[in-house]
Write a protein that binds this ligand. Structure first.
Ligand code: KIV
Ligand code: NA
Length: 266
């Protein structure tokens, strides 16, 4: 098995082979997903609200993202590691985007970055890709703008907004993006964007007519009791961890653990 490389995006779309992507925030879980055969690992800024205890993705810093991405990149052999640039680290100028993205690649070993937005960051995407940094776009619900969007709601519901989304996707592609994540958009809108783009779309809450799917791993694995409607729990890892912890506590308190086989006699 070879590492997923930038040309594999186009190849997967041409061969109609759905792309699989999961978030990963540390090497321990990244290695599990990588060994299982995932195409792409996203060091998402969703680490903020899923692991670091923040209310949303806004507070996470580039330094925090670099630590997480380094852990994931060092544990991953086959998947392409895509790292989110966090809020505040790229929007103001293409130069900001380059400084942050180059830090991310140099200090973490990630192979690509993802940034949110369409036309307004086209020149940022162009500078990054021309400088040798693969960029994944992200349209639809862009959580870094959640205060402007008025919460986590389905986007591009009316014709004008759908047209704007399609235009943004084309602009990102023209600027050099190698794929575009579509988050929380009606299925028919995602299908149309997928049809007009040469590069693949990767959906989350975007239906089936896209070129791949991405999920937050804690949602996918059932780590928490709540997960969004667009996510499916493919396991009950949270419950398994609860059961293991309960058993450990019980066996320590009852004197069953450690047993002789866990004990050094000399
Ligand atoms: O940070 C993240 O988890 C993401 C995905 C939801 C696409 O950006
Ligand atoms: Na993100």
């Amino acid at each position: 098995r070879q590492r997923f490389r930038v040309h594999d995006f186009a190849r997967a779309k041409a061969e109609a082979r759905p792309l699989t992507m999961l978030t990963a925030y540390d090497g321990l879980t990244a290695k599990i997903f990588d060994d299982a055969g995932i195409d792409l690992l996203l060091v998402g800024d969703s680490i903020a609200d899923n692991l670091l205890g923040y209310d949303n993705t806004i507070p996470v810093t580039l330094d925090e993202m670099i630590v997480a991405a380094r852990s994931v990149a060092r544990a991953t052999r086959y998947a392409m590691v895509v790292a989110d640039l966090p809020f505040g680290s790229y929007e103001a100028s293409p130069r900001d985007a380059f400084v942050s993205a180059s830090r991310m690649l140099k200090e973490s070993g990630a192979q690509a970055v993802k940034i949110e937005g369409g036309e307004r960051i086209a020149e940022h995407v162009r500078l990054l890709t021309q400088s040798g940094i693969p960029v994944v776009g992200h349209l639809g619900l862009t959580p870094q703008s959640e205060h402007m969007l008025g919460g986590k709601r389905v986007q591009a519901r009316d014709d004008a907004a759908a047209e704007q989304l399609a235009n943004d996707a084309l602009v990102l592609q023209e600027a050099g993006a190698c794929a575009v994540v579509l988050e929380m958009v009606p299925a028919h809108v995602a299908a149309r964007v997928t049809e007009i783009l040469a590069v693949p779309t990767i959906g989350i809450g975007a239906g089936t007519e896209v070129n791949g799917q991405v999920l937050v791993w804690t949602d996918m694995a059932g780590m928490t009791s709540w997960s969004p409607r667009f996510a499916k729990q493919f396991g009950q890892v949270g419950q398994a961890l609860t059961d293991a912890t309960t058993a450990y506590i019980h066996e320590v308190r009852s004197g069953q653990f450690p047993a002789p086989e866990h004990t050094f006699e000399r």
